[in-house]
Design a protein around this ligand. Structure first.
Ligand SMILES: [Zn+2]
Length: 401
């Protein structure tokens, strides 16, 4: 079961729940040096990993003193393709519990200047009840005006699957021995959390066993509640999120994030050459990009898990390089093998390591690197190398090892 965790806060969660959509930030498309912004297209990759029918959980971050509201919330399912809309989405007038959406909004643009670039936050000193206090405010990156709500125009529509009013708090999710004993740890979420403030992504694609654990905890701890779906958001326009495949003169993509975003959109769409590596779509158990496998923030670009007859029989680990592959990229296989086996097969035995299929995708890979990879001894399956080529607004692959 594929599922994704969206990070929200006390302002955005109630609007998402009542109007039934998820959204992520919209950083500047171009960075300060005038180049395409990798974070922007990284977010495209994250949201393009979603498919209709996938499950969605929210993770509500703490804001101020509202500690008891923090935790995992759910459960919803994806019902649209991702899209862009700058509409301002209001909360619902009869939603006024302590986590109601009344008077709350999710913005698609700045109400003052119309910019759809997401807000930033900063600490300022404000006088509240006659006392000067430090508070965190949101502001528009374009006009600088203070904003009451987040600008989140990259969206996907959802429906409730089984809805629970209460969140699973962090203690229960991560520390409760009973749940760990029965259902293991939420490793990828934990790695994400310990990765460090500001570096977290707004969507985490969690493993099927993590999904199962969250569903089990909800069912064990809380009673299902009915949710009013009559106020669901009906977008006026749904602009598709388009990945530009701009290249340098030699044909190399300008940034790697183009390749990542394109892969997440197309990985299960029967792309020649790639489809032989990915295998039949009905055997895909999980696809995630930017998957953390270590407490130090170690990650792989793309992870695909394959399942047949109820058994996970293979894990394909794909590393993406926009330029020429280097020796170091091949050596990296040795770094993740043990941890990846542990993460997805539960141990690091020879048998588990042997179920890992390393794949490297690069551009005009030199002959000496191909030879190096051919002779490189690993505990995994022999590495596969593909070269990519951009043309006619698509990417083609050639298998060279
Ligand atoms: Zn503005």
């Amino acid at each position: 079961m594929k599922s994704h965790v969206f990070v929200v806060d006390v302002d955005s969660y109630p609007v998402h729940r009542d109007r039934l959509f998820c959204s992520v930030k919209n950083p500047n498309r171009i960075n300060a040096r005038g180049n395409p912004n990798s974070s922007f297209f990284g977010l495209y990759a994250d949201i393009k990993a979603l498919r209709k029918g996938d499950l969605v959980f929210f993770y509500q971050m703490r804001k101020g003193e509202e500690k008891h509201l923090r935790g995992f919330r759910g459960v919803f399912k994806v019902v649209s393709d991702p899209f862009f809309s700058d509409e301002i989405i209001d909360g619902v007038s009869n939603s006024f519990s302590n986590l109601g959406s009344l008077n709350k909004k999710v913005l698609g643009r700045c109400p003052k200047c119309g910019s759809s670039v997401s807000d930033k936050q900063k600490d300022v000193k404000k006088t509240i009840n006659g006392r000067e206090r430090k508070v965190t405010i949101k502001y528009c990156q374009k006009c600088g005006e203070e904003l009451d709500f987040h600008i989140l125009p990259n969206r996907v529509l959802i429906e409730p699957l089984v809805y629970y009013d209460d969140p699973i708090d962090d203690n229960t999710a991560y520390i409760d021995r009973n749940f760990i004993k029965k259902k293991g740890m939420l490793w990828t979420m934990l790695f994400r959390k310990t990765f460090g403030a500001g570096r977290e992504r707004s969507i985490t694609h969690i493993l099927p066993e993590e999904t199962e654990k969250l569903l089990f905890m909800f069912k064990t701890l809380f009673r299902e509640k009915k949710i009013d779906t009559s106020n669901h958001y009906n977008p006026e326009v749904m602009k598709p999120l388009i990945v530009p495949l701009d290249t340098k003169e030699n044909g190399e993509l300008v940034i790697e994030a183009y390749l990542e975003a394109w892969m997440m959109e197309n990985i299960d769409k029967n792309i020649p050459v790639l489809k032989e590596i990915i295998g039949p779509v009905n055997q895909i158990e999980y696809v995630g990009n930017n998957v953390l496998y270590g407490i130090g923030g170690e990650k792989v670009d793309v992870l695909v898990l394959h399942k047949k007859n109820e058994e996970r029989f293979k894990a394909t680990v794909i590393e993406l390089k926009k330029g020429k592959l280097k020796k170091q990229d091949i050596l990296q296989i040795g770094n993740y093998t043990k941890w990846m086996a542990q993460l997805v097969f539960g141990d690091n035995t020879k048998e588990s390591k042997n179920k890992i299929q390393p794949v490297l995708i690069g551009f005009q890979t030199p002959q000496d690197i191909i030879s190096f990879a051919r002779n490189f001894i690993t505990d995994t399956q022999s590495p596969i190398i593909l070269n990519y080529k951009v043309g006619n607004n698509t990417i083609k692959f050639e298998r060279i090892l």
